[in-house]
Design a protein around this ligand. Structure first.
Ligand code: 6PG
Length: 240
């Protein structure tokens, strides 16, 4: 299946948890296991971070975990074009709950320089990613309208560029930078974290095969949902 030339998710694993805390505990365990495997296999762990509120509970758990932090590299799936250190930026929130509390080598935190504006930041981040290879793990969220990272409905998803400037995002701020669906799909594993009843319509559309941006992410995709987002009983695992 293809949409705009982008391979579609043909098989996603869906797992439903009773609540946000159970989902966060499982996601934390998966991330740490993925890190151990990647570091054992090739000496480092390349993780792409998702913005938004949902993953903050996971990041807070990771702040108290034991891990080989010097071998981790943190990348960002998207960023909001706000001044460096602004409380509305994804990297600021993530530093605050996680990265400021661990021995993360500053050179391993590959923030998007969104303070430069969308075009310049996208150019610089694309240069940083050049030749990097596949990520070990990509974390993503889901918006009420089906967006993921800063890939919003109604925009072409088939961009060949690895990093895109976004000028008209419906979720504020309108100026953003995002990795493309193709770049986000270049990963050993992709993990969506989705919580809250306000995501129900998007989840239902996604599972029904609707052409929402989240569906443009392909590969080894796993979706963790809480019961509120899934609108069904916990422990339902399936594929579609
Ligand atoms: C952002 C995002 C965005 C987010 C979803 C879900 O910067 O806003 O990366 O794609 O992940 O909108 O956000 P919540 O977890 O806050 O619902």
């Amino acid at each position: 299946m293809k949409s705009d030339g982008v391979p579609m998710t043909v098989s996603a694993r869906w797992q439903v948890f009773p609540d946000r805390a159970a989902l966060a505990a499982h996601a934390t365990m998966l991330i740490l296991a993925s890190a151990r495997a990647a570091i054992a296999a090739h000496g480092q762990f390349r993780l792409v971070l998702s913005g938004g509120q949902t993953p903050l509970a996971v990041y807070a758990r990771l702040a108290t975990a034991r891990a080989e932090w010097p071998h981790w590299h943190w990348y960002f799936g998207d960023e909001r074009c706000l001044p460096a250190g602004d409380a509305g930026r994804n990297d600021t929130a993530i530093r605050h709950v996680w990265l400021d509390h661990i021995a993360a080598p500053p050179a391993n935190i590959h923030a998007i320089p969104a303070e430069l504006g969308a075009q310049a930041a996208a150019r610089q981040y694309a240069a940083l990613l050049t030749g990097l290879g596949d990520f070990d793990l990509v974390l993503l969220g889901l918006g009420e309208d089906g967006h993921t990272a800063s890939l919003f409905p109604g925009r072409p998803l088939a961009a060949s560029a690895e990093v895109l400037a976004v000028h008209d995002a419906p979720k504020p701020p309108s100026e953003r930078v995002t990795m493309s669906a193709a770049r986000l799909s270049r990963a050993r594993q992709v993990l969506f974290l989705v919580t809250g009843a306000d995501k129900r319509a998007a989840v239902t559309a996604w599972r029904a095969g609707a052409d929402i941006p989240a569906r443009a992410i392909s590969g080894n995709v796993q979706v963790l949902l809480d019961a509120a987002a899934a609108a069904e009983e916990p422990s339902t695992t399936g594929s579609r």
